[in-house]
Ligand binder design. Structure first.
Ligand code: TEU
Length: 539
């Protein structure tokens, strides 16, 4: 509370997909040593902290979101001593470290699930998960119609005839949160990481967790639920009971200083999302609406205004994010023709539908928009380099379980998980001294850190400047006043006097009075180019 508000309330946090960030031991996979070696880079970017995607022991069937041991680091990534060292070294650079808590499911290789399989139906070992008899004369049908997010039924049968629930991959059995033993275990895991010095947790699928006790059929499938105004009454998503669990976690966090929990809750309704932000629950919830928004001034303005009102109603503030390891990178999203459905496009990847130059301009403008907003911001590794989605990964290297479970009708999320290019040349462009677990496009030499560093017009330097100016002028400032500069222009002034103008048109517009402090495109006296943004200060 050094400035009268907790550190995370206006923070910029950088998401590290550990497998693809930096490889310290030449095996083609990122690791803890790699992160440690790049801490100076993160400090120079000006961020306040990092969130590390799951780094635990895991068969890696869903990129580590299939946890086999919540207290140990995967040997591919290092060991616990290195993790402790990372937390210590990060602190020296002024960086907090958030870890990923995966409470909805374990891996099928977790000791609990192995014990469940080895035990009888009705046993305490099975009661940690959701095991049910099937329907039909011989129990040959799944217990209900619930579908896996990754495709297919959410139920898999075991040899003795019972079925277990997995809302994601078959290797990710859902945990039973009605079981007190489960709740105790996670309180212990939370204490474990906080005691090691972690600043807190990003909580995976925070809107899942508790399932309706009677396991009724779902009227809607998952996507339908995500597009209805509220999920109340849904047997799987956003159950009211889950808030009791969150309150228990929060009680533990409050026994420490400055700890934080951010919810990954894909809930379209602001009023329902705000429930997660009540005083005794999460500190932050990602405002995914902005990430999902098309490049449209009115839509984005509506989202920003709604987020501020809804979070403010519970004494909180929005948490902005434009990309993460699950979504198509924004350079590609904003560069695709508006009538193209991204996920479908990934399958055929017709480049005539994609304008990367336009996507890059818009992504740079969107970065200035996001970094000018009140609240906290999460950046995803590589967005500060303007990396596009790698949409043409050959089928042979695809790792995301979505690909198989969807019967090859969805390509999955590997295209935003390709290892970071650090240098212009060299095998894997400096990601490691050998190869990288996913191939990088040749064009990434130009997007490498080395190639952008010091180049004022680069996306990297734009992010650096924006984060620095944000820190100097906006930290602690929670006021925003909308300005009307005409259709397809979004503009607002912050309490400090800083004004952000985003031009969604193709043609340039005249700028209001003010000195330009930062611009996403080369400056043009008194004008702002199309698909560009600018920050102004009072003259
Ligand atoms: O994602 C939660 C989730 O529901 C995602 O499937 C998300 O809706 C989708 O990817 C959006 O495109 C979390 C993790 O972030 C993801 O990587 C995991 O695969 C998933 O949980 C299961 O743990």
């Amino acid at each position: 509370m050094a400035h009268g508000f907790p550190w995370w309330r206006h923070a910029v946090i950088y998401q590290i997909y550990i497998r693809s960030f930096a490889d310290g031991n030449a095996d083609g996979t990122g690791d803890v040593a790699g992160i440690i070696s790049r801490l100076p880079y993160l400090a120079s970017l000006g961020v306040d902290g990092i969130w590390i995607n799951p780094w635990y022991v895991s068969p890696l069937l869903d990129g580590g979101y299939d946890v086999a041991d919540y207290r140990e680091i995967h040997p591919l990534y290092g060991d616990l001593e290195q993790a402790k060292r990372l937390i210590r070294e990060a602190a020296k650079q002024g960086l907090e470290v958030l870890v990923d808590l995966v409470p909805n499911h374990t891996s099928h290789e977790h000791a609990w699930f192995k014990a469940a399989l080895a035990s009888e139906p009705g046993s305490p070992e099975r009661a940690r998960y959701h095991f049910l008899p099937g329907r039909g004369e011989h129990g040959q049908l799944p217990p209900n119609n619930w579908k896996s997010v990754f495709g297919g039924s959410a139920w898999t049968r075991v040899p003795d005839g019972e079925w277990y629930l997995h809302m994601f991959d078959v290797s990710q059995p859902d945990i039973n949160w009605a079981n007190p033993e489960v709740r105790e275990e996670f309180l212990d895991i939370i204490r474990y990481w906080l005691d090691l010095g972690a600043a807190g947790f990003r909580v995976d699928v925070a809107h899942a967790l508790v399932k309706e006790a009677e396991y009724p059929d779902a009227v809607d499938d998952r996507e339908a639920v995500l597009t209805t105004p509220d999920g109340e009454g849904h047997p799987l998503w956003d159950r009211p009971e889950l808030h009791d669990v969150v309150r228990e976690w929060r009680t533990v966090l409050d026994q420490y200083e400055g700890k934080v929990m951010v919810a990954e809750a894909w809930i379209p309704s602001w009023t329902r999302l705000a429930l997660y932000l009540r005083d005794d629950e999460y500190h932050q919830t990602f405002a995914f609406q902005l990430l999902r928004s098309p490049w449209e001034a009115g839509t984005m303005r509506g989202i920003i205004a709604d987020a501020i009102v809804a979070t403010g109603a519970v004494g909180s503030i929005p948490t902005w994010v434009l990309s993460n390891h699950d979504v198509v990178r924004q350079v590609t999203r904003y560069g695709l023709s508006p009538d193209v459905e991204e996920r479908a496009w990934l399958l055929w990847g017709d480049e005539s539908m994609l304008d990367l130059g336009l996507g890059t301009r818009r992504a740079r403008a969107a970065a200035l928009l996001m970094l000018a907003l009140p609240g906290s911001v999460y950046l995803y590794q590589g967005e500060e380099l303007g990396l596009p989605e790698v949409h043409d990964l050959p089928e042979g290297v695809i790792d995301d379980p979505v690909w198989e479970r969807s019967g090859h009708s969805e390509k999955g999320r590997d295209g935003c998980r390709v290892p970071i290019p650090w240098t212009r040349t060299g095998p894997s462009f400096g990601f490691g001294v050998d190869g990288s677990w996913l191939p990088q496009p040749e064009t990434w030499s130009a997007l490498s850190v080395e190639n952008q560093e010091g180049d004022e017009g680069s996306t990297l330097e734009l992010y650096r400047s924006a984060i620095r100016i944000r820190e100097e002028r906006l930290r602690g400032d929670e006021d925003l006043v909308w300005l009307d500069l005409g259709p397809d222009v979004l503009a607002f002034r912050r309490g400090s006097g800083l004004t952000c103008v985003v031009n969604y048109r193709e043609e340039s517009i005249p700028l209001p009075p003010g000195d330009v402090v930062l611009a996403s495109e080369p400056r043009d006296d008194g004008f702002l180019a199309g698909n560009a943004a600018v920050w102004l200060k009072p003259i």
